[in-house]
Unconditional design. Structure first.
Length: 397
């Protein structure tokens, strides 16, 4: 998908449907502070939600049809609420369609709804626009049908929609981050047990998001190949009598057992194992106030993603270097699946404006054109709002 241009979904709703929406759902994007390509091996991750959102303006009705308009693509799709699995919808519509199908399969009787999708979250920048679209879609369908889910149930439903319906073998991190995040905190998630806890981020720091301008989609990337390589590495270990349930169970000390593993599997395992260790190091550094340690931890993650996991690019290297050279930057690394996308940085709040200017100047000095550059606090997860008063869907117990 192309980059999502800032737009007003409420105005788009009026243009598409000829009346005012009743409510809207907002779901934030996320950055992974640390813990990249570990979630589908049951590993550890540390994402945070950012203040850019996919927003859906919506209104329920009793026609039995779900109509969804995309302000980005200027396109309208329609499918039956009772049987959402209509074939032939464009890629952008399949995320919400998969969520609708998941709700129906769980016994939710969907009501007809008109919805217009917009927002200011860049697509293709590695910021989980697909998970945000799923989360916002789920909130719309739940609210219109009067069947709100608990946040964890919603996250798992959205994850299942992306894996089973859209066909991307992703882990659970993106959906959990977009839905369960708390303002001012990073989300520590064990992707095997699904246990979480929230780690406060320093009030004096903001999150820098530096889009390289090189967009990618998981469909056209080697993401699925990396997923299969991790599975193949685990099979290699099992064939030699090792009993590790997943790559998550290997420690850095266990890497000696993989010395004879063929390439590139050896490097894939080394990344997963060392990245899990870096998540723990980062969590300890944040909780202990040892922010000076983060620069090298982030740098080691960037090198590992580039050299061991082969998901880097010259643009990501250039953007990370530009960020690290800019005023106020404590640490920076590529974020998201790689193959393009964005760099995440931790930046002193008082230097935020100078940081953004410095990144743009340094990236352009390398002959490159940046995409979106912004800073953000860590924000809360997906939520509902009506036209006048903010509100939240109450969890179903």
């Amino acid at each position: 998908m192309d980059a999502l241009r800032p737009n007003d979904p409420e105005d788009a709703f009026v243009r598409a449907f000829g009346y005012r929406p009743a409510f809207r759902a907002l779901a934030p994007g996320r950055v992974t502070l640390i813990g990249e390509h570990t979630d589908y091996s049951g590993g550890l991750v540390l994402p945070a939600a950012i203040g850019r959102h996919v927003t859906i303006a919506a209104a329920p009705h009793d026609t039995g049809e779900i109509r969804v308009y995309s302000a980005v693509y200027d396109a309208l799709v329609q499918f039956p609420a009772a049987a959402p699995a209509s074939p032939g919808l464009p890629d952008w519509a399949r995320y919400g369609q998969g969520v609708a199908l998941g709700l129906v399969s769980r016994g939710v009787r969907l009501r007809g709804v008109d919805a217009a999708v917009g927002g200011d979250l860049p697509i293709g920048a590695g910021l989980s626009s697909s998970a945000a679209l799923e989360a916002a879609s789920s909130l719309v369908f739940e609210h219109a049908s009067g069947r709100p889910l608990a946040p964890r149930e919603r996250a798992l439903l959205c994850h299942d929609a992306e894996v089973s319906f859209v066909g991307i073998p992703c882990g659970v991190m993106d959906q959990f981050a977009c839905i369960l995040a708390q303002a001012g905190h990073a989300l520590f998630l064990d992707c095997r047990s699904l246990q979480t806890h929230h780690i406060p981020l320093p009030a004096g720091l903001v999150i820098g998001v530096c889009d390289t301008g090189i967009h990618r989609t998981l469909h056209r990337s080697a993401y699925a190949a990396r997923h299969e390589e991790c599975a193949a590495a685990l099979r290699w270990l099992h064939d030699r009598g090792e009993t590790f349930p997943s790559l998550r169970d290997l420690t850095v000390d266990d890497l000696a057992r993989t010395a004879a593993m063929p390439e590139p599997l050896l490097r894939r395992v080394r990344h997963v194992v060392t990245e899990n260790a870096r998540v723990l190091q980062t969590a300890r550094a944040l909780e202990g106030g040892n922010y000076g340690a983060l620069r090298e931890i982030f740098a080691a993650s960037h090198r590992s993603l580039r050299d061991d996991y082969d998901v880097g690019s010259p643009h990501l290297d250039a953007m990370a270097e530009a960020a690290l050279e800019a005023p106020g930057c404590l640490a920076a690394r590529m974020t998201g699946a790689g193959f393009g996308g964005a760099v995440v940085a931790l930046v002193r709040r008082d230097d935020a404006a100078a940081f953004l200017r410095g990144v743009e100047e340094r990236y352009r000095a390398r002959g490159l054109e940046p995409g979106a550059l912004f800073t953000s606090a860590a924000v809360r997860g997906a939520r509902l709002e009506d036209a006048q008063v903010s509100c939240s869907a109450a969890p179903r117990r």
